[in-house]
Each structure stands twice: as C-alpha cells, then as structure tokens.
Design a protein around this ligand. Structure first.
Ligand code: BGC
Length: 386
C-alpha cells in the first residue's frame, strides 16, 4: 500500500500533510509539505524547478534542481520570526551567469586543485584553470551549472528532495562516469540533512560540498562580522598565494584561526597575519577534531541579536570557512540587495583542497565498486532571546 500512496501523492504538484497523514499520523515528516514551482529555463531552454520543503514549524528550504542549489532557507529567530538566512537570487536568471556558487552543490571536486593537474594511477589529468592558475569547484561547468533530475516526497523522516546527476567520463577533464545523488531532508526538528552518494566506473577523485552563504541575521542584512563562530578544529591547512595548501597542518592555538571557543567572526579578521592577508580574510580549510568517522559537530554560529543558531555536523574530515571576502557589492541578490564583502559566510564541509596532489592528506580517490558516502547536517536552532 505504502509505495502506491506515496506515488499518488507525488503525482500532485503540491502534496501536503493529508496524503501522508492517512499513512501514519504519528510520523513527524507527515506534517510538512513539498511544493514544486517553475523556476525558469536555462539558456538552452531546459525547464528548471524550485522545490519548497516546509516542515511543521514553518521552516522552509527552497531548492532548485539547477545546480542542486539551496535558494532560500527560512528559519526562526528566538521569538519565532522567520527570515531567509541564505544569500542568492529570486529567480533562475541570477544563477545562470557568473556568480560565486550561492547555495550550490560543487563538484566533481570542491575547492582547488593546483595548476589544474593531478596524477592518478600514473596518468596525468588536466583540468580547466578557472581560478588564476588553479582549478576551482569542478571547472568551467561544474555540478553547480547542471540541471539535475529531481524527485520530491514526504517520508517519515521529513520532506525529502533527491537529486541525481551523471557526470560523463572526461567531463571537465575528470576520468570516469560518475553517478551522483544528493538528498536533502528537512526534518521536523529543523535539521536540513544533506546526504551525498556517488559511484564511478573508473578510478577518479571526488569532493562534494554545498556552498551556501549564510547570514543568520537574514540575507542582505549587513555583514556577518558580529556573528560568533566556534569551529571544532585544532589545526588548519595554511595556503600559498593561490590559496593552495602548502601541505602543513598548523595548530590554530595562538593564531587568529583559533575558534575552539566561540568568537566573533570579525574579532581577529583584520589581524596582521600572513594567512589572513592571503585569503583576504578567512578562506581556509579547518581540520576537524574527530574521534571516529561518524557524524560529528564541526561548527556552531550564533547571531546574538536574533538568537539564531546554526550547527553544522558532518562525516567529512574538514570544513572550509570562507567569509565572503570576494563579494564586493557588484552582485545584486534577492530583493535587489547589493551583496557587499562579508555579507555571508560559508561552511563547506569537505576533504582538504588539492588532496589529489597531497598523498599525506585523506584520500579523495573513488574506485569502481566503492560508494562515496558523506553526510552533513545543518541544525537550525535558537538561543536566548533579546
Ligand atoms: C573558496 C573561495 C572562493 C569562493 C567562491 C570558496 O570555497 O574557498 O576562495 O572565492 O569559494 O568561489
């Protein structure tokens, strides 16, 4: 019975609590909704949709199948007032041009690969250099610029959007056909869980992440320098002038990179520090302190005025903390707001940048027969009230 009912629910453009309630009234996911809207067409005329996942508390994650991109995140403050905390655009048009990966899934390899080259099984592969002399975020047409196949459904665990994309052998220079599935699940407890899966038919490298820029005060509401962040990392990977890791794992102790206790993002960002100068702020890979390979806390951000809190949990070994240093007001986002420098921060859970060229870093190689499997959870919480 169950699959049939779910299929019928899926057939409707909007399927609400009603369908699922008959199935299992006590299932927490059953009290939310999933809505599908047209979002626009690509330059090639391909239609793209926006899926709006809403839970029982009114928390909303709007995600498009263009780039598997998080377009909107409505979360409550300590008084229960909802605001959109994700930078981005009101319509597809904004995402089609050049933009800094707002909300997108980046791949096949998130972050940088030095000089756009790596060697695997003795063979050298060449990628496009789309960031100075380096390759960044999957290339000229990364996963953020692809239309993904999408399926939305209400499940016991919440509102679920499953997105699939096949990256062909040789696409952007990477070997192997890579079948990727990204699943977003909005739970009744205000968690947005992102499950990443991939398989390949040839040895390749994979490093997938989500590139949402958060502003817990609400997108477009100024910079994020007063927001307090804690990052569960005793070490980070210092970079060279091209933001490629040097290979060193440096202790954060005694540096502006020490976020082991909560600290305002802006507290040390202007410090006379070589690494901060190279990144024009924080744009660094933090090596998480982990006990095992399971889901573990990576970072926590608090916005003092609204009481909004974001916790990031992940199975990944690291997180790129990026403070929107390259935003400069030229991009007009939602509501026409000019996104100025530091208007958002990213917490990109990942393997270390340039791992294919650093044998000592945790491996990003995926081989046939293996499954790439990572999970990151964003927990939207509140603390105190003002
Ligand atoms: C990188 C930044 C880059 C930004 C937007 C981040 O992941 O670390 O250097 O500017 O993405 O492309």
């Amino acid at each position: 019975m169950r699959p049939l009912t779910l299929t019928l629910c899926l057939a409707a453009a909007v399927f609400t609590a009603g369908c699922a309630k008959k199935e299992a009234a006590k299932e927490q996911g059953a009290t939310g909704t999933v809505t599908k809207q047209e979002f626009g067409k690509t330059a090639q005329g391909q239609p793209v949709d926006l899926y709006i996942l809403k839970n029982r508390n009114g928390v909303e994650a709007a995600i498009t199948n263009y780039g598997a991109t998080v377009v909107r995140l409505q979360t409550p403050d300590a008084k229960g007032t909802l605001a959109d905390i994700a930078l981005g655009f009101d319509n597809l048009q904004g995402y089609l041009g050049e933009e800094p990966y707002f909300g997108a899934i980046v791949g096949r390899y998130g972050n940088r690969i030095a000089k756009g080259k790596f060697t695997l099984n003795g063979k050298q592969y060449t990628l496009a250099k789309n960031n100075g002399e380096n390759a960044l975020h999957g290339g000229l047409q990364g996963f953020d610029k692809k239309v993904w196949a999408a399926q939305a459904e209400t499940k016991p665990e919440g509102q679920v959007l499953t997105l699939k994309y096949r990256s062909a052998d040789g696409e952007e220079g990477y070997p192997g056909n890579l079948d990727v599935t990204v699943t977003y699940t909005l739970t009744g407890d205000n968690d947005l869980r992102i499950d990443y899966r991939a398989t390949t038919d040839r040895d390749t490298v994979v490093n997938l992440t989500n590139h949402t820029y958060f502003n817990l005060a609400g997108q477009g509401k100024g910079d994020i320098l007063g927001q307090q962040i804690a990052i569960n990392a005793s070490r980070f990977t210092p970079v060279d002038a091209g933001l490629i890791p040097t290979g060193e794992l440096r202790e954060v102790a005694g540096t502006p990179f020490d976020f082991r206790n909560p600290k305002a993002i802006g507290k040390d960002i202007g410090a006379a520090d070589e690494q901060l100068k190279l990144g024009k702020g924080y744009d660094h890979n933090f090596v998480l302190d982990r006990r095992d390979e399971g889901l573990a806390p990576a970072a926590k951000v608090i916005e003092p005025a609204t009481g909004r809190v974001l916790e990031v949990w992940t199975t990944e070994p690291a997180v790129q903390f990026y403070t929107g240093n390259f935003l400069d007001g030229t991009i007009k986002g939602k509501g026409g707001v000019a996104y100025q420098q530091r208007y958002g921060f990213c917490l990109e859970t990942q393997h270390y940048p340039d791992s294919p060229n650093h044998p000592a870093f945790p491996s990003t190689v995926l081989r046939p027969g293996q499954e790439y499997q990572t999970t990151t959870v964003w927990k939207f919480r509140t603390e105190g009230a003002n």
